[in-house]
Design a protein around this ligand. Sequence first.
Ligand code: R5P
Length: 298
Amino acid sequence: MTVVIGLSGGEHLYQKIADALSINSIKAETRFFPDGELYLRLPVENLNKEDVLIVQSLYGQPNNKLIEYIFAAKTAKDLGAHRVIGIIPYLSYARQDRRFKPGEAISLKIVADMIYNSGTDQLIVVDMHLHRVRGSELESIFKIPVSNVTAMPLFGDLFKDVVKNGIVIGPDDEAIEFAKAAATKYNGKYTNFSKTRLGDREVNIVADKTIDFSNKDVLIVDDIISTGGTIITAVKLLRELNVKDIYVATTHALLVEGALDKLKNLHLKDLASSNTVPSPITKVDITPVIVEELKKII
Ligand code: R5P
């Protein structure tokens, strides 16, 4: 038997996953004590030998959401779960995957250890920020099998006319993989810009001078929009390059610090995200991508 457990960061997705697989679902009870500690209860007597799918995106208040996930996974195992499969569509802390300055915490590694030690047997994530992590390195960091599925082909479908006739752009070197994934089905052209991060909110972006962007429709794809700094800088550059219409798509629309208003001021032709985190710009549903992966596992 398999059951889906929805946590606070998976409220918008867990029932869709359960429905698609025709399996039972339960919603964890959570609340905060007056001092800020988390209370969690799985409303079941036991989970005898069940495969348990725990759905939790780590957005908004990533620390609280992470602790909630750890409590749920540990409790599921305590209650007799056979396997715990973590479905963490947005995995926060993936950007700090190295010690860039002496003494820094390698956040991704620490979070991976927490997930492993919670008893999680397998993990599904979506477009995890893997700028420096390659192939099997991911599973050696987490010490469990990890499926990193992608929303990018969904954006390729959503904006297929742009993909077929224009150019798909990843805003930094590593985002070429996202651009390729969005463009491949339609044999679309894709490329990437080069980005240097100047601070938490500021970036510098340059384009490949050999590519003629003038009068072309462009689709910018990225894994995360957080402050919007990256997209705003990329759009300004594209306007200087005299492109026609600009479309933007992101998997994880975190949209912090008024990013949505800033993006609206850019007069984009369209702005879309997946629903790995709830967002007002959601235009594609990640559920079928997650379910397809789950069917290989359960
Ligand atoms: C970083 O390399 C990521 O892929 C995103 O480009 C970045 O997280 C976006 O953040 P922001 O919207 O704050 O520029």
